[in-house]
Structure formats: structure tokens, C-alpha cells
Design a protein around this ligand. Structure first.
Ligand code: C2E
Ligand code: MG
Ligand code: MG
Ligand code: MG
Length: 291
């Protein structure tokens, strides 16, 4: 079934196989134009702790194609990655996210933002220095930026990837390991990557409340991460029961539709301002206990 198949990483190869069909080339050209025209947007999704405090936001790219409508990020990112456009897309995303962080800070909202970066970015020479320069240009402290990477950064030239990541953490940028548990997760990677946070992939979280195997996998991952001093975030939390299970398993924070889906920057601002320092409260938890 889908959830199990998601973990094999097979789709990664499938999406690369037909990377040069006219359709994909057309989409690539359209994406290039959309970036130049600033038609690509970032939405933001909160990561919240179990006391409701907002731990940070994740920036997620959104593209509405004039004829095709919404194009899923997974789709156009795969295309950008198989071409020279990925670097351009990442620069655009970093630039937009840091501009937004600076705006929020000026409004008194000191919330860190996570940006997803692809393996290709980590292997771009000078990447760590360019991120540091961009932070300085926006007057944003490095601690306000987090980069989400996947274990795929170690597929090719792991030493260079490790050097770049060490450069980034040396500047004070926090690293998060995304989609943990998918593909070819290995304990060696956890030792090799200078990450301070681990995100458990949605494919394990989705059926946590009904699948005892998934629950065991999550339990072990949380314990392993904690013993290595990492914070654990669960992705794709959609219901109360999953929230409660994750809290009981000692997970540190959650992200998912139960709390909020990714939203445009203005909505995110209103969401943050409305909740203030109390953060997010579960609707059920806000109800008085039955007498
Ligand atoms: P990701 O980084 O693992 O992001 C989590 C995905 O799960 C997002 O999908 C998010 O909208 C979705 N999600 C969040 N909560 C829930 C939930 O409760 N239920 C369900 N079913 N889904 C939920 P999205 O935005 O479609 O992004 C997909 C992937 O595309 C991301 O996975 C990330 O790998 C990539 N991506 C997105 N934006 C960027 C970007 O700016 N740069 C790069 N390099 N990759 C990006
Ligand atoms: Mg992510
Ligand atoms: Mg993820
Ligand atoms: Mg994911």
C-alpha cells in the first residue's frame, strides 16, 4: 500500500527517468519565467511544541501555473533538480524567506524559519558562504534560519557535503534532517550529519495510532534522536489521537493539518499575532473537562 511503498524511494528514480519529455521541458521553461516574474510564492507552516509554543515555521514553495493551475512542489522540484534551475530556485526561496523573516522581526515576531534545500544545493561550491552573506544582507541572525536537508546529500561526495554542512553550522545556521525513515536511513548518516533536529516522515506518523509497527518505529526513532541530543518533530499530524500518541512517546514538536496547513505570509502573520505568546491550543483541550 501507499504508505509502505513511500519508504522504498522508488519514486525518486521514476521521476528522473523521463526528465527530458517535451512536457517537462515546457514546465521547466515556465518555471524559469515564473521565478523571473516573481510568480512563485512561499507559504509557511508552523511547527508547534506540545505546550502550544511555536517552535518555528517551515517555508514551502507554491507555484500556480497560468494554465495548469497548482503544480505540486515535489513535481517541479524534481524537474528543477535534474536541470540547472535548482540553484536559482533555492536562491529565490532563501531570498524570499529571509526578507519575510526580517519583516516579521521588525514587527516583533521573532520566529525562526526553516527552508528546504536539495542535495544539489549542498554540493554547490560556496553554498555555505552565500547563505551567510545573504543573512548578513538581510540583517537576520543565523539562529533565525534553519535548513532542512535529507540523507540524499550523502549520496554523492559525502565528505564535501559534510564540509559544507559544517560551514553552515559554523556560521550558526541550524540543520534539520527531513523525511527521516524514508529511503535508506542509516545510523551512520546521523553521526555524519551535523543536524540538531530530526523530522519523522509523515508515512510513519499517518498511521501511528492504528499501526503498532509504525508506533514502534516512531518510538525507537524518538529515543534514538534524544540519545543523540536531537529534537524530534513529527510531520503530517492530522488528528488528536496522533497528537496524543506523539506527546506520550516524547516527541518534541509537531507539524500538520491538525495545527495548520501552510498559509500565505499575511495569513501566517495574523495567525501568529492572534495566538501571541500562548501559541496554539488544541480545540479539544480548550473545552472544560466533563463533570
Ligand atoms: P517536506 O519538506 O517533507 O514538507 C512536508 C510536506 O507535507 C509539505 O508538502 C506539506 O504541505 C505537507 N503537509 C504538512 N502537513 C501535512 C498534513 O497534516 N498532512 C498531509 N497529508 N500533508 C502535510 P508540499 O508543500 O507539497 O511539499 C512537498 C515537498 O516538496 C517538501 O516535503 C519538500 O521536500 C519539497 N519542497 C517544498 N518547498 C520546497 C523548497 O522551497 N525547496 C526545496 N528544495 N524543496 C521544497
Ligand atoms: Mg521539509
Ligand atoms: Mg519532510
Ligand atoms: Mg516529506
Amino acid at each position: 500500500y501507499q504508505a509502505k511503498r513511500d519508504r522504498t524511494g522508488v519514486e525518486v528514480y521514476e521521476s528522473k527517468r523521463d526528465s527530458n519529455t517535451p512536457d517537462r521541458l515546457g514546465l521547466l521553461a515556465d518555471l524559469r519565467r515564473a521565478l523571473d516574474a516573481h510568480e512563485v510564492q512561499l507559504h509557511y507552516q508552523p511547527k508547534v511544541r506540545f505546550d502550544g509554543k511555536v517552535a518555528g515555521l517551515e517555508a514551502l514553495v507554491r507555484w500556480v501555473h497560468p494554465e495548469r493551475g497548482k503544480v505540486p512542489p515535489d513535481e517541479f522540484i524534481a524537474i528543477a533538480e535534474s536541470s540547472g534551475l535548482m540553484q536559482h530556485l533555492t536562491e529565490y526561496v532563501l531570498e524570499t524567506a529571509l526578507g519575510q523573516v526580517a519583516k516579521w522581526r521588525a514587527q516583533g515576531l521573532f520566529v525562526p524559519v526553516a527552508v528546504n534545500v536539495s542535495p544539489r544545493d549542498v554540493h554547490t561550491p560556496g553554498f555555505a558562504g552565500s547563505v551567510a552573506a545573504r543573512l548578513a544582507r538581510h540583517g537576520v541572525p543565523a539562529g533565525a534560519l534553519q535548513l532542512e536537508i535529507t540523507e540524499h546529500v550523502l549520496l554523492e561526495d559525502p565528505q564535501r557535503a559534510a564540509d559544507t554542512l559544517a560551514g553552515l553550522t559554523g556560521h550558526g545556521v541550524k540543520m534539520s534532517l527531513d523525511d527521516f525513515g524514508t529511503g535508506y536511513s542509516s545510523l551512520v548518516h546521523l553521526r555524519r550529519l551535523p543536524v540538531s533536529e530530526l523530522k519523522i516522515d509523515r508515512s510513519f506518523v499517518a498511521r501511528l495510532a492504528v499501526d503498532t509497527e509504525d508506533a514502534e518505529i516512531v518510538r525507537c526513532t524518538v529515543d534514538l534522536a534524544h540519545s543523540l541530543g536531537l529534537l524530534v518533530v513529527a510531520e503530517g499530524v492530522e488528528d488528536d489521537e496522533t497528537w496524543e500518541r506523539l506527546r506520550d512517546l516524547g516527541c518534541d514538536a509537531v507539524q500538520g493539518w491538525l495545527v495548520a496547513a501552510a498559509m500565505p505570509p499575511d495569513e501566517m502573520t495574523a495567525w501568529l499575532l492572534a495566538r501571541g505568546s500562548r501559541g496554539w491550543q488544541r480545540p479539544a483541550a480548550a473545552l472544560p473537562a466533563a463533570a
